[in-house]
Design a protein around this ligand. Structure first.
Ligand code: AHR
Length: 511
């Protein structure tokens, strides 16, 4: 790790001007994901025996934390789970629903939560549901049936079935994922790009015949390191370009022991987004299309995949809601999550939707004890604050930053920053990450373009020990704290950003 030769502490210069914009702040950037996986659904959002459960069996504490997190859309029901899922199993009287094997996670699903419960939970949580259809073991007809069940108000067999099940009005679900990670050999019914592209196109055609205004998401490759990545996007979009609105991106980051490399996650995500955009635009150009397909970054997070808590059960053990993927996050992981949000916002012109994977217990910002407490992980804080305060327009910043290197990543900007500007509210917000594992950084921002500014709030999330983790017993001793070094004067905003830190600076903007 090194800094370029600049006086200590190194300074990153930023110019911020409302005349230079990237695009709108999209509420859908702040989506999350609920999969039938581990304890995300059962003992996560749903636990009828919990003392704080509501009349539908939903945990009120989790509903409250979901609202506090500021989640917009929630993708459901998977994930790998969806590729073996029969949605009909999860509707109707609960005592008649079948108990099924969940092959994706070697578990047993009692089907006590299905699409109707998820729609009811979404309404209570104040989130927009985003559905995925099974294109692994199933196909066009089942996808159209689920759409009819969900979105047609009544007068047909399936919509009347929903009404009989207690939901008189259609759910009006707009966003639909056409399968999940279909290039992954771990996916039930995985396909090659042409097979999937044709199936996705035919499914999209059928679904649009029921409801032309849907926003459809084709599966992109499962990740940037897949051999299929790139060519998959080209072939799938060649088949689907005029039929879909978005193509999915999935990317997870792991701390393999080199903190400096871990802190470069945002840089890697940015490169991945640019790469996907080039594949989308190649197909657009070849097709001479005037339509713009964009990205649904519908799985992203830190995931310590190689650790024991990520291993699924095996053999004859098919538990209901086992402990799976229950990563505990560090302050450094939270800084990475904050940086990934900065990166998604910086790319708001092409990333039109995103989902933090996942919401509760499974690689999640919210954790629960069965029958007990719910608590916030470190990653909760940057997500909640960014969701609450990013508003209006994303500004294009000019950034001159010292560089850091570590592990396999070289010459990565130490400062990762984005600003949003809400003209109506008269507020600009700077989100800034110091990616250096060892050194503080001075932020020196030219903000004269905003007119007179006054600091409304300046918070920094950092800790002497970047590996500190929250727990059910102590989730509050390290929280975002006031950064007293932040000053705005004479068209300049300055701040000291500690090593491994995420900051949010809110400015009142006058004329
Ligand atoms: O989010 C956990 C899993 O990661 C999802 O089920 C799958 O889509 C991805 O591989």
């Amino acid at each position: 790790m090194f800094f370029v030769a600049t006086p200590e502490p190194a300074t990153a210069k930023v110019t911020l001007d409302p005349a230079f914009t990237v695009g709108p702040v999209r509420r859908r950037t702040f989506g999350a994901f609920v999969e039938h996986l581990g304890r995300c659904v059962y003992t996560g959002i749903f636990e009828p025996d919990h003392p704080d459960a509501d009349e539908d069996g939903f945990r009120r504490d989790v509903l409250g934390l979901t609202r506090e997190l500021g989640v917009s859309t929630v993708r459901y029901p998977g994930g790998n789970f969806v590729s073996g899922y029969r949605w009909e199993d999860g509707v109707g009287p609960k005592d008649q629903r079948p108990v099924r094997l969940d092959l994706a996670w070697h578990s047993t699903d009692p089907n006590l939560v299905g699409v109707d419960e998820f729609a009811a939970w979404s309404a209570k949580a104040g989130v927009e549901p985003m559905m995925a259809v099974n294109l692994g073991t199933r196909g066009i007809q089942e996808a159209m049936d689920l759409l009819e069940y969900c979105n047609i108000d009544g007068g047909t067999e399936l919509s009347d079935q929903r009404r009989a099940n207690g939901a008189p009005d259609g759910y009006g679900i707009r966003m639909w994922c056409l399968g999940n990670e279909m290039d992954g050999p771990w996916q039930i019914g995985h396909k090659n790009a042409l097979e999937y592209g044709r199936l996705a196109a035919d499914t999209a055609r059928g679904m649009r015949m029921i409801d032309p205004d849907l926003e459809l998401v084709a599966c992109g490759s499962s990740g940037p390191t897949m051999d299929t990545f790139g060519e998959w996007e080209r072939v799938v979009l060649s088949e689907t370009y005029e039929l879909v609105d978005l193509i999915s991106a999935h990317q997870y980051f792991e701390d393999f022991g080199d903190l400096q490399e871990h802190l470069a996650a945002g840089h890697k995500m940015d490169a991945f987004i640019k790469n996907i955009v080039s594949h989308i635009d190649h197909v657009k150009s070849v097709k001479k299309s005037t339509k713009q397909v964009n990205i649904s970054f519908d799985e992203w997070n830190v995931w310590h995949m190689s650790r024991a808590e990520s291993k699924a059960p095996s053999g004859k053990d098919w538990p209901v809601a086992p402990v799976l993927l229950e990563d505990t996050y560090t302050v450094a992981d939270a800084v990475v999550v904050g940086d990934l949000l900065v990166t998604l916002l910086k790319n708001t012109d092409r990333v039109h939707s995103a989902s933090l994977a996942q919401l509760v217990n499974v690689i999640a910002p919210i954790m629960t004890e069965p029958g007990g407490r719910a608590w916030k992980q470190t990653t909760f804080h940057p997500f909640a604050l960014t969701s609450r305060h990013a508003a209006g327009t994303v500004l294009q910043l000019a950034v001159e930053s010292p560089l850091v290197s570590g592990g396999t990543t070289e010459n990565v900007a130490a400062l990762s920053a984005v600003a949003t500007f809400d003209a109506e509210k008269g507020e600009a917000v700077v989100f800034a990450v110091n990616r250096s594992a060892t050194d503080a950084l001075t932020l020196d921002a030219a903000v004269a373009g905003l007119g007179n500014v006054r600091v409304l709030e300046a918070l920094t999330y950092a800790n002497k020990d970047p590996y500190w983790q929250a727990s059910a017993d102590d989730s509050t001793s390290v929280e975002p704290a006031e950064n007293v070094t932040v000053k705005a004067d004479g068209g300049r905003l300055t701040a000291e950003l500690p090593a491994v830190s995420w900051s949010m600076i809110r400015l009142a903007v006058g004329s």
